[in-house]
Design a protein around this ligand. Structure first.
Ligand code: CAA
Ligand code: NAD
Length: 283
């Protein structure tokens, strides 16, 4: 069965980006969020980005309209019954994701693949909440999805070769380059990236350098497009903390201990760009 219709669950920064890229690549897309405001915001962001792409002559008006025609909001998760695939991109929390996967499993057609965009949580454990662990897989996009070329594909213990092949083909159809990564805490991307971000936060916490200077060191000294603290704000400090906790719990190694300053900011509701305040202030 070819994949034609996809439900994206979670209309936040990742889900909206994934829905946009799928619709631009010719898939019919239902974008679902538990929260109507979140869904409206996600749809509005996609419209704005497509309008900007027209202004920049990357696409024409006709392509923009075709993309929007393929993309529909869906407030009911049960509408996954119409889909060949679901890609979950909700909050990085095992219990919440497990509930969503149970719902998806109960409502999706038997042939449907259930993918998760989790940054770090075990695919095998997510798959075990369903009756189709052979059709559950990690499809880890990078932020911002329309720009970043990489997708990590992560097999759970029981993921079938047929599921892997279909997802690999889909990543290619979305003009992404995929890599196969083992189902290990943080996979490859975040096992490497997050300790650097966490260390940058420790440098600020211990007074080694200011927020701005830590970012300048990595931008001008290492040619990173964004400094690590700007990047942490961009990813979401809650997501960064969840990932560090998964690394710490998974490897039981103190080198992954989340910086107390990161935890303090998250507890204060300073989640980075999306909440208006993190290491920097927005608006
Ligand atoms: N969504 C969609 N498109 C975006 C975007 C967004 N949020 N932000 C920027 N873009 C696009 C814009 O369309 C822009 O092109 P136009 O000017 O033609 O519209 C293009 O990117 C370049 O943007 P800017 O000129 O505004 O800014 P920039 O040159 O600094 O690039 C950036 C922005 C691409 C985000 C760049 O700063 C960058 O690569 N930063 C690092 C991103 C990164 O490391 N991502 C990985 C995060 S980790 C992760 O995703 C895994 C995880 O699990 C946490
Ligand atoms: P976000 O906070 O921007 O968006 C999450 C969305 O999910 C919100 O709109 C929220 O209303 C919705 N949601 C929460 N619970 C839900 C539920 N039970 N059912 C339906 N919708 C629900 O988060 P994000 O940054 O887009 O991250 C989403 C996922 O993608 C996480 O697993 C994260 O680890 C992963 N990820 C994030 C990044 C990043 O840079 N932010 C990169 C790659 C992967």
């Amino acid at each position: 069965m070819t994949i034609q219709k996809v439900m994206v669950i979670g209309a936040g920064q990742m889900g909206a980006g994934i829905a946009q890229v799928c619709a631009q690549s010719g898939y019919d897309v239902l974008l679902h969020d538990a929260n109507q405001q979140g869904l409206d915001k996600g749809m509005e962001g996609i419209r704005k980005r497509l309008t900007r792409a027209v202004e920049k002559s990357r696409i024409n008006e006709h392509e923009k309209q075709d993309t929007l025609d393929r993309l529909k909001p869906a407030i009911e998760i049960q509408d996954v019954s119409q889909c060949d695939m679901a890609i979950e991109a909700i909050v990085e929390n095992m219990d919440v994701k497990a509930n969503v996967f149970r719902e998806l499993d109960a409502n999706a057609p038997a042939h449907a693949i259930l993918a998760t965009n989790t940054s770090s949580l075990p695919i095998t454990e997510i798959a075990a909440t369903t009756n189709r662990p052979d059709q559950v897989i990690g499809m880890h996009f990078m932020n911002p999805v329309p720009v970043m070329k990489l997708v990590e594909i992560i097999r759970g213990l029981q993921t079938s070769d047929a599921t892997y092949k279909k997802v690999e083909e889909m990543a290619t159809a979305l003009s992404k380059t995929s890599v196969e990564v083992d189902d290990a805490p943080g996979f490859a991307a975040n096992r490497i990236l997050m300790p650097m971000i966490n260390e940058a936060i420790f440098a600020v916490h211990e007074g080694v350098a200011s927020v701005e200077d830590v970012d300048t060191v990595m931008k001008l000294g290492m040619n990173h497009p964004m400094g690590p603290l700007t990047l942490a704000d961009f990813i979401g400090l809650d997501t960064c903390l969840y990932i560090m906790e998964v690394l710490h719990d998974g490897y039981k190694d103190s080198k992954y201990r989340p910086c107390p300053l990161l935890r303090k900011y998250v507890n204060a509701g300073w989640l980075g760009k999306k909440s208006g305040r993190g290491f920097y202030q927005y608006e």
